[in-house]
Write a protein that binds this ligand. Structure first.
Ligand code: XIL
Length: 323
């Protein structure tokens, strides 16, 4: 990895981190992580399908490996994620009454959070619970269909009990868009008023080289700041594709430059809003390992600050050098 470039952590006034994966890429990525980042989030290793594939059978090998490594390196650790509709085994919902489902959820949270108590300082307790196209703004996941809003209330209350020092996050995507923003805002306001221990709102921020307008991001941060809730950017990446351009044989240099410009604009917003943002996490280390090369379709999509040879791209310079 390049040693003659500034560490990103020295260039921003908030904690900056990256998502990482246990596996072939970690060896090389480890050097980039320790040079540039202060926080890590496992891309998959702490999800339900990875940690409790069968009821009561817990598999912590990957989680332990990553938490041990990060702790030894002095990195903060974001736990992702306890309750989600995706990457969750079918058994969780099978034959479940509300009572059974909430008990399975409580057992899971106690086991996973409990194992890493004191070492994982922040948890995405629930992920992607909003559906702004519903009148009540709530996603019709199996969680909601079976347990209603109580699954969210219970998840946060149990999480607080297991580790009272952990920062508890409600995490979602597209929160920069006005209707989703409002639906999440209404839910967080209502639940906090009830005493549900939601400490922070996580904005995933999967964006592309053209969308959303940067002002939307700033409006979202300002709106939630008004609630007095902590905020984090949890999964930033900048796809090179738009509604109109959906494939390239080779991504043109001018598109990578445009991506660098987007990173700069976005980090300019984060710097202005630094009082309201405790951390910013980029969803991956380098372009050789990104979910966007297979989602929503398989294609070359380099959305990160470092290329697949781990060299700094215009996106890196967009972060390192303010506008
Ligand atoms: C993605 C991982 O990066 C992929 O490796 C996996 O195949 C699918 O999930 N929102 C989230 C993350 O909250 O958990 C997702 O991570 C990306 C979208």
């Amino acid at each position: 990895v390049q040693t003659d470039i500034p560490s990103l952590k020295d260039r921003v006034p908030f904690t900056v981190g990256a998502a990482f994966y246990r596996g072939a890429t970690l060896g090389e990525h480890a050097k980039l992580i320790t040079k540039h980042y202060e926080s890590v989030t496992p891309g998959n290793s702490l999800k339900w399908d990875a940690t409790e594939p069968a009821e009561g059978t817990f598999t912590f090998a990957d989680g332990d490996y990553l938490v041990d490594w990060a702790t030894a390196e002095g990195l903060e650790f974001r736990g992702h994620t306890l309750v989600w509709h995706s990457q969750t085994p079918d058994w969780v919902f099978e034959g479940a009454t509300k009572e059974i489902l909430l008990q399975r959820m409580e057992n899971h949270i106690r086991a996973v959070m409990g194992r890493y108590k004191g070492r994982i300082g922040t948890w995405d307790v629930v992920n992607e619970v909003i559906d702004e196209n519903r009148p009540d703004g709530l996603r019709r996941s199996p969680w909601f269909e079976i347990a209603g809003l109580d699954y969210i209330r219970t998840a946060f209350r149990v999480a607080r009990e297991v580790d009272p020092d952990a920062t508890l996050v409600i995490n979602d995507y597209n929160t920069e868009f006005p209707r989703k923003r409002q639906a999440l805002y209404d839910l967080v306001k209502k639940l906090r008023a009830e005493g549900v221990p939601i400490d922070a709102v996580g904005h995933q921020l999967h964006v592309n080289v053209e969308q959303p307008p940067t002002s939307f991001i700033e409006d979202t941060i300002e709106k939630f700041a008004g609630l007095g809730v902590e905020q984090q950017v949890t999964e930033l990446d900048v796809s090179v594709y738009t509604d109109f351009v959906t494939s390239y044989d080779t991504v043109p240099a001018e598109i990578l430059a445009l991506q660098g410009h987007r990173y700069r604009e976005i980090f300019d917003v984060f710097r202005r809003q630094a009082d309201h943002l405790s951390s910013v996490t980029i969803w991956g280390v380098a372009d050789d390992a990104t979910w966007l090369s297979s989602f929503p379709i398989t294609r070359t999509n380099p959305p990160l600050p470092f290329d697949d040879e781990l060299q700094a791209k215009p996106a890196y310079w967009g972060i390192a050098d303010p506008g």
